[in-house]
Design a protein around this ligand. Structure first.
Ligand code: XMP
Length: 333
């Protein structure tokens, strides 16, 4: 529509004025905000933008390839994919305490990103390398970091973010989504040609599957979890609610699978199995501060459970999490 087209044109002009002939780097995560920021900045300055996509090995099934297909493939943006999964999994080995895991992932992310930024500088793409760091900060993030969050007396979970990165890197900040609410960011994303599926995706935490594998993170667990979770999400997208005509993916605010590193006994054919358990989590919420567990149809739960147990060898039991927030949190760690 016209309003959106004007808005894009205005935003593009503003970015061009701010950046001039300098270069920009942006940490692409595959999430909505960084994706929309990348698409908008790319529209404005093309190859003056380099996206850095850090794969920490804790992404969902095929997520890395999908991000590359979209940004490098379809949009023809410059994207550097850094496969840091060995580094992350190595440092996480033997660590099971949730806060410690979060801190390790956050620190490594900053380290890897910084190293990549230095590398780009040294390789002399452009004359002096990037002078801007772009971030997909949106209006609610701006309010949150100034207000409510800092008043909180206890840290329930230390959030993975890249605060402090621009100073450490000596870069200027470029935040073209700073004045926008989530809905506006989504509309902008669609107007910029990003697929609806990407723009209306449920939120995914920075530490990724690292906080959805309880206790110690192992590659074996991550691989099982990725496959189980892909089945859950696929079925949520397939099942439609008759009353509203919406899919259960759209009717839930966030839905995912959690890996429990405990084994239980089962029976498969003539044999005994002794395998891992997963929990399905689906919530409805308007602000993620409180949340209700979603009353998913039994037919959907039944389909997901039987598919996971039959298709993912190594998992023989599926449970559904019926805890609200509070007192439970949405993520298990
Ligand atoms: P909890 O588990 O605290 O989660 O009820 C509330 C929302 O925040 C997301 N979440 C994170 N997002 N980095 C993020 O970017 C993080 O470290 C992180 N931890 C939790 C969670 O997925 C939910 O949407």
């Amino acid at each position: 529509d016209w309003i959106m087209r004007d808005h894009i044109e205005e935003a593009v002009q503003k970015i061009r004025e701010q950046v001039g002939d300098e270069e920009v780097i942006l940490g692409l995560s595959g999430g909505v905000d960084s994706s929309v920021a990348a698409a908008l900045i790319h529209r404005a300055i093309g190859d003056q933008l380099t996206c850095v996509f850090v794969d920490h090995g804790l992404l969902r099934l095929n997520e890395g390839d999908m991000v590359m297909d979209m940004f490098a493939g379809k949009l023809h943006a410059k994207v550097v994919r850094v496969d840091a999964s060995d580094l992350f999994l190595g440092e996480l080995a033997g660590v099971s305490e949730p806060e410690q895991k979060r801190k390790i992932i956050g620190r490594l992310f900053v380290d890897v990103f910084k190293a990549e930024a230095e590398k780009l500088k040294a390789s002399g793409q452009g004359h002096k390398g990037a002078t801007f760091l772009a971030q997909g900060t949106i209006y609610p993030d701006v309010i949150e970091s100034g207000g409510a969050k800092s008043k909180k007396a206890v840290t329930i979970k230390s959030h993975h973010n890249v605060g402090g990165l621009p100073e450490q890197l000596g870069l200027k900040l470029l935040e073209p989504l700073r004045d926008l609410f989530k809905d506006e960011v989504r509309e902008l994303g669609v107007a910029l040609g990003l697929p609806r599926e990407m723009v209306y995706r449920h939120p995914f935490p920075g530490p990724g599957l690292g906080v959805r594998i309880l206790g110690e993170v192992k590659k074996e667990y991550a691989d099982l979890l990725r496959r189980a979770d892909a089945i859950f999400i696929e079925e949520l997208r397939k099942f439609t609610d008759e009353a509203t005509g919406k899919t259960w993916y759209d009717l839930t605010s966030q839905a995912f699978t959690v890996f429990l590193p405990v084994k239980s006994v089962g029976v498969m054919g003539d044999g005994r199995t002794y395998d891992y358990v997963v929990a399905l989590r689906a919530v409805q919420t308007s602000d993620f501060m409180t949340a209700d567990w979603a009353e998913l149809p039994y037919a959907l739960l039944k389909k997901v459970s039987s598919r996971i147990i039959n298709e993912v060898r190594g998992i023989n039991r599926v449970t559904y999490d019926v805890s609200s927030k509070p007192p439970a949190t949405i993520e298990w760690e």
